[in-house]
Structures are given as structure tokens and as C-alpha cells.
Design a protein around this ligand. Structure first.
Ligand SMILES: [Zn+2]
Length: 338
């Protein structure tokens, strides 16, 4: 079987050519199905020092949420152009790393499914944590790969796509002094949400003061932004979330550092509301279909990516000071968990 056509994968490969020597590119895995193999690409740009600040962008974990990959590619396109002339960017990249896995689940794209070719939901596929639980069904289950949100078999190794992402993030991100990741999804609600951990439990996570400080930075710097910034667990809880898993791995390391893995959950019901007929198609439930709405979505998130990149590079400057953490934690708790 020849390789299936995936327009987003082809655009990613063209973009890799565009980056040339600016990017270190790896094939993290070649995932097989039906006699063909599809690559998962990892890109790294800028500082090679493992402890340098890292901004990570990922998308395409869920095969139906193609807009996530599009948004990542749109930002990478801007970055590739800026690298040609922008000395400010060059200075920042000399001491900061950008890493990207724009299309984590190529078979989901090829087959038009949320999960991978084996029907596993990659964002429910991390090893189980001791605490927490998932919302019924949507939070992960082991009933059947024919139902969405299937976690895979008990005690099975992680799926190759999940494994590839975890290994890459482990190596490129987890030693960073400051790291922010944004994983781009779509499909929940009417607003664009930015989620922070945990996904598995309503218990606050240890970097609550930092998450609250980042929300303040966003509100103050982009006062007209469109996002609702909150813990994922306010919407639903999920077992096997890869970012909970990676956060736990970071927290278990002895070296000091802050890792804020965020999820951008674009509110696709807005696109459906404005164009109800698109709800009749599977992809229409998760992606802007009309060209003008796609363009609007692609430019909508560029200021967010720019802010998060700057916040990563400038890490400690906006972090809560020791004397402030307790007050910020109290305020954050009242806002999100009270
Ligand atoms: Zn998703």
C-alpha cells in the first residue's frame, strides 16, 4: 500500500525544507498500518543546552481535530519567515529552544478517526497514576476500541505515537529550567479554553501559583484575548493523560524547574453554530470548514503563541516570588476550586 495522502503532513514536510539548517529534524517513529508507514516528525530549533528554557508546541493527537495541526503549522510558518531576518528572534533562540511535534497521530488523519489505527485515544494512553479518576466514558475506558476515548488494553505498553511524543518531550523538554508546552485540540464548547493540569483529578497541582501568574500575564498583556484559562478538571477528568504523565515525570526529577503543560482546546461548537450544516460531517464537528473562518482561526492564536514563547524565554521574571506564592495559591484556589 502506498502512503496515504495527508495534506497537513505534506505541508509539514515542505515547512521542514523551508527551515533548512535552522531546525534539527528527527523522525520520532514510523507508524505502520495496512502495509504502509507514516512518519511522526519532531523539530527542535535554537539553544541545545538541555537546561535552556523550552517552548513546545504539539498538535494532531486526535485525528479528527485537524485544526490543531493547522494552528501549529501557521505559527511555525511565521517562525520560518522570521528566521530569515529577525535579529530579535535570533537573540532569543540563542538561549531558548523551540520544539514541535505538529502531527502526533498521522493515521488518525489518514483514516479520519479520533484515535490511532488501533482505535486507541492517545490522550488516554499514558500509564495510570496512583490518584485521580476519569469522568464516565469520555475520561477513558477499556470497553472497546470501537468507542471513542478507548485507553488501550490494561498493562499494554504505550502506543507508538504516545511513546514517541513522551520520549521526545522527556529528552528535549524535561531538563529545562523553564518550559511551557501548548498542545492544540478542538471540539469542546463555545469558547477557546487554555487548560492546565491536572486532567485526572480536581486536586490542585503544585504549580498553581505559576499557572495563576501566567493567567495574569495573559490578561494584562493581551487584554482582549479570547481564552478561558482554567484547570482541565473543571470540564471533565481524564485517565491516562500524556501531559499529566509528563508533568509527573518532571516533578520527580531532582533539578529545579517549572514545567507548565497547557492544552489549547478550541471551541468548535462556535463554528458549528455559525454553519449548522457542517455538523452533519464528522470533520465539521471539530474544524472550521468555511475558508474565511479557517483563516480567522489561523491568525487568532498567533498572539497567544508569541506570548507563551516570550513567557518561556523570560521565565523567572514573571514567576511569583517566594513570599507571594501562598497568597497567589489562595486566590487561585478561590477562583478555580472554591
Ligand atoms: Zn483532542
Amino acid at each position: 500500500m502506498s502512503r496515504p495522502e495527508i495534506p497537513e503532513l505534506e505541508r509539514l514536510e515542505a515547512l521542514i525544507g523551508r527551515f533548512g539548517a535552522h531546525a534539527r529534524v528527527e523522525v520520532l517513529a514510523r507508524v505502520g498500518h495496512g502495509g504502509a508507514r507514516l512518519p511522526i516528525y519532531g523539530l527542535a530549533l535554537g539553544a541545545e543546552d538541555p537546561s535552556a528554557p523550552v517552548f513546545a508546541v504539539t498538535g494532531g493527537v486526535h485525528g479528527l481535530e485537524r485544526i490543531g495541526t493547522e494552528v501549529v503549522l501557521a505559527w511555525l510558518h511565521t517562525l520560518a519567515e522570521l528566521l530569515e531576518w529577525d535579529r530579535v528572534l535570533a537573540d532569543v533562540l540563542a538561549r531558548t529552544r523551540v520544539v514541535a511535534v505538529p502531527l502526533v497521530n498521522p493515521w488518525g488523519f489518514a483514516l479520519g478517526t479520533r484515535g490511532n489505527a488501533r482505535g486507541v485515544d492517545l490522550m488516554r494512553n499514558a500509564p495510570p497514576a496512583a490518584d485521580g479518576s476519569g469522568s464516565w466514558l469520555v475520561g477513558g475506558h477499556r470497553i472497546s476500541p470501537r468507542l471513542p476515548w478507548y485507553m488501550g488494553e490494561r498493562d499494554a505498553p504505550m502506543e507508538p505515537e504516545a511513546e514517541a511524543l513522551v520520549r521526545f518531550v522527556e529528552r528535549e523538554v524535561l531538563d529545562a529550567s523553564v518550559a511551557i508546552a501548548i498542545d492544540c485540540h478542538s471540539g469542546f464548547g463555545l469558547t477557546d479554553r487554555i487548560w492546565f493540569p491536572y486532567a485526572r483529578t480536581r486536586r490542585p497541582f503544585p504549580l498553581l501559583p505559576e499557572a495563576y501568574a501566567l493567567k495574569h500575564l495573559l490578561d494584562a498583556t493581551l487584554p482582549n484575548h479570547v481564552y478561558r484559562f482554567e484547570p482541565q478538571s473543571l470540564s471533565y477528568t481524564v485517565r491516562g493523560d500524556l501531559w499529566d504523565h509528563l508533568y509527573d515525570m518532571r516533578a520527580a526529577r531532582p533539578a529545579e524547574g517549572a514545567f507548565l503543560p497547557l492544552t489549547l482546546e478550541m471551541g468548535s461548537w462556535l463554528w458549528v453554530k455559525k454553519n449548522p450544516r457542517q455538523a452533519l460531517s464528522l470533520l465539521g464537528g471539530f474544524n472550521p470548514i468555511k475558508p474565511h473562518r479557517l483563516r480567522r482561526t489561523l491568525r487568532r492564536h498567533l498572539p497567544l503563541f508569541d506570548l507563551l514563547f516570550r513567557a518561556t524565554a523570560s521565565g523567572p521574571s514573571w514567576f511569583p516570588r517566594d513570599g507571594e506564592r501562598e497568597r497567589l495559591a489562595t486566590e487561585a484556589f478561590a477562583l478555580w476550586y472554591g
